[in-house]
Ligand binder design. Sequence first.
Ligand code: ADP
Ligand code: GN1
Ligand code: MG
Length: 370
Amino acid sequence: MTHADPALIDEFHIDGAWRETRRYGSGHIHDTFLITFEGSGLASRYILQRINAEIFPDPEALSRNLERITTHLRAKLSERKTLEPERHCLRVVNTRSGEPFHADAAGDAWRVFHFIDGTRTIDCVEGPKQAYTAARAFGRFAVDLVDLPPPPLAVTIPDFHDLPKRVRQLENAAAADLVGRAAGVREELDQSLRQFARIEAALAACGADQLPERTVHNDCKLNNLLLDARSGESLCVIDLDTVMLGSVLFDFGELVRSGTCRSPEDEPDLNRIHFDSELFDALARGYLTGASPFLTPIEIAALPLAGPDLTLENAVRFLADHLSGDRYFRIQRDGQNLDRARAQLRLLDLMLNDLDTLRTAVERAAEERG
Ligand code: ADP
Ligand code: GN1
Ligand code: MG
């Protein structure tokens, strides 16, 4: 089935006449579309997604997690008497037979969300205030999930942030060299392995293996937060498919990777990549403010290494995907995953050069929170 097939749209419980479907957003994983309907003069909009089955083969588990998370978050919004709660939480539109997704004859799973109007996402961070707001929102999100009733959420991607495993996958991809690209990336491969040894040692030294497991978002790139288009305030954390047990390093790390460099993730000109310590400061203050109800001293002590950890992890994943023929992350042009990998390696270098600044900023932010 294709995204614009009227029979597909008809499967979902939506009133009104379908008017338009167009590709939407800049996520790397699912196929996302904006669909517009017209009814009694009013246009209403929805997000239609074809779930990436290579990455998420179990749409039932994904949907059950989504239902548990959004029910829990909605209860928090109601306790706090948040105005316009529908703008603060994803809502799935069921199929006409009451299911949270539709499996078509080809085996693709499709789902629909209410479109949250008047919002924007950030592909490139624009300033410290925005960085602070986003980090606080992701911190609060994790706080809201602290009392999610058991059992833990289903594991949707096993070993998602297992860096040693990601590095082994990279080495295997280079050895297999399926598309003949290994010879062109020797330097990036060596650099990744060198930095891996360095980061593993630093993580071990700060006791990262003792960090408590928590329900975290696991994919806190800035683009996974909807901001109010007018005020710039954070509205709704989205892309909930990887929400599962993990550590605060994963969330803060991805915030730092995506929120401390003003150039795009795939910037090909490495001279344009700068690590902005003012943005880091804002992220640290924002995250420590949002997550302060649960953060423990050992977690705070590990936070300075989170950015380097996740930046290397993403570099390794982009490079492995480049070597495997771009099968995981969506690309718009040839060589994009290699550019993404190189940009992450440069950013990582800059972060590691500035590690003392990162430590001081986290300490200062922690002192401010008392
Ligand atoms: P991916 O996993 O591919 O990144 P996302 O779930 O993050 O997919 O969605 C892709 C993009 O679609 C988001 O970055 C955002 O711009 C937009 N989006 C997703 N859900 C909504 C929604 N309910 N309302 C408005 N925009 C949305
Ligand atoms: C993917 O889904 P999206 O585009 O928000 C990826 C993240 C990466 C990110 C890099 C499920 O995030 O892990 O850090 O791309 N999501 C998944 O931009 O693999
Ligand atoms: Mg996304």
